[in-house]
Design a protein around this ligand. Structure first.
Ligand code: COA
Length: 333
């Protein structure tokens, strides 16, 4: 039986910092309000000529190097993004694949908003367990600044840019394997968080092309409540189904949307603060990139050790949600 092992992680954050004080010069807000309501102090913003694929490439190079594989061994690449280099086509995954020189491998994007990385993980697991692929490169990359309305104080304070990547490989050792992944969705809540313009769903005369933007719009307060409920229910279920106690989880890695959402879920699980991974303060919400960026944070700071169990938990536009029980299983040297 082939199992899927989470071998390595990498991430990249652009150098430009956008602080709460910077935002207070652009919209009617303050560092105090943003910090109290979200826990965010600053976020990163990509340069004008720095695309989602460029950030994905930088994260991917690290993940491939740390996997111990030669890049020629990667046989599929999936990119989770809602801010692709180009809307519709080509996919950002194909651009990243070519920039990395991975050859003519399977490459595609998926759209599951902030749950994107957990969705890519479930696809990689299925491909590997079926024997169709052996080494899958996953990327969560976002240039959310390109779809953020910097005149809307309800959204622009939340989002930032960045990328994370991971290599998932086949193994016959069950101890190393990803234990379980949950994914779900409910389009009834689609209007809570959406980019209403720019697609075939926006009512405009196709023959009189209007300039449209893909800016995100959000019903923040309602999103907050649904997020807490959904995230909590999902992690409780995945732990119960796999007979694992919350105390057995070494690192709870939630989607980094809002410190208050993360704390509410952590409290419901009775997690110790030491178990909860937080990067929201410095990166804000980077959607599909947020979970791999957070995993990379504990990896680079030496907190993530071989064999330790991670519980991933995400929620995003769609609505979509997902959770995963993932031991960190680098190749033994
Ligand atoms: N600065 C100052 N005041 C602001 C503000 C800002 N950036 N944004 C909103 N406000 C004001 C509102 O206008 C409102 O004023 P009013 O009472 O005079 O009408 C007041 O603050 C409360 O607004 P509300 O929307 O109820 O605030 P909130 O406590 O829900 O916080 C969010 C707003 C966006 C921070 C919060 O709802 C949130 O984080 N939601 C989840 C978002 C999320 O995670 N999305 C991604 C999911 S993947």
């Amino acid at each position: 039986m082939a199992y899927a092992a989470f071998r390595s992680i990498g991430a990249y954050a652009p150098s430009k910092v956008l602080s709460n004080d910077d935002l207070a010069k652009m919209v009617d807000t303050s560092d105090e309000w943003i910090t109290k309501r979200t826990g965010i102090k600053e976020r990163r913003i990509a340069a004008n000529d720095e695309f989602t694929s460029d950030m994905g490439v930088k994260a991917a190079r690290l993940a491939i190097e740390r996997s111990g594989l030669d890049k020629s061994q990667i046989d599929m690449i999936i990119c989770a993004t809602i801010s692709p280099d180009y809307f519709c086509m080509p996919s950002t995954a194909t651009i990243i694949s070519t920039k990395l020189g991975l050859g003519n491998i399977t490459a595609f994007d998926i759209s599951a908003a902030c749950t994107g990385f957990v969705y890519t993980l479930s696809i990689a697991k299925a491909f590997i367990e079926s024997g169709m692929k052996k080494n899958v490169l996953l990327i969560g990359a976002e240039k959310l600044s390109s779809i953020t309305d910097y005149s809307d104080r309800g959204t622009c304070i939340l989002f930032g840019d960045g990328a994370g990547a991971a290599v998932i490989s086949t193994t016959d050792n069950k101890e190393e394997a990803i234990i379980d992944i949950h994914t779900g969705s409910d389009g009834e809540f689609a209007d809570l968080l959406m980019s209403p313009n720019g697609g075939s769903g926006s009512a405009h005369d196709a023959l009189e092309q209007e300039a449209t933007s893909c800016y995100m719009q959000m019903k923040g307060n309602e999103t907050f409540k649904v997020a807490v409920k959904t995230l909590t229910k999902d992690v409780i279920e995945i732990l119960k189904e796999n007979n694992i106690q919350a105390s057995d989880v070494k690192h709870f890695v939630p989607h980094q949307a809002n410190l208050r959402i993360i704390k509410a879920v952590g409290d419901a699980l009775k997690l110790d603060d030491k178990q909860v991974v937080l990067t929201v303060e410095k990166y804000g919400n980077t959607s599909g990139a947020s979970i791999p960026m957070a995993i990379n944070d504990i990896y680079e700071s030496g907190r993530l050790q071989d064999g330790e169990l991670m519980l991933l938990d995400a929620f995003g536009g769609g609505l979509t949600w997902g959770s995963a029980l993932v031991p960190f299983s680098p190749v033994k040297k």
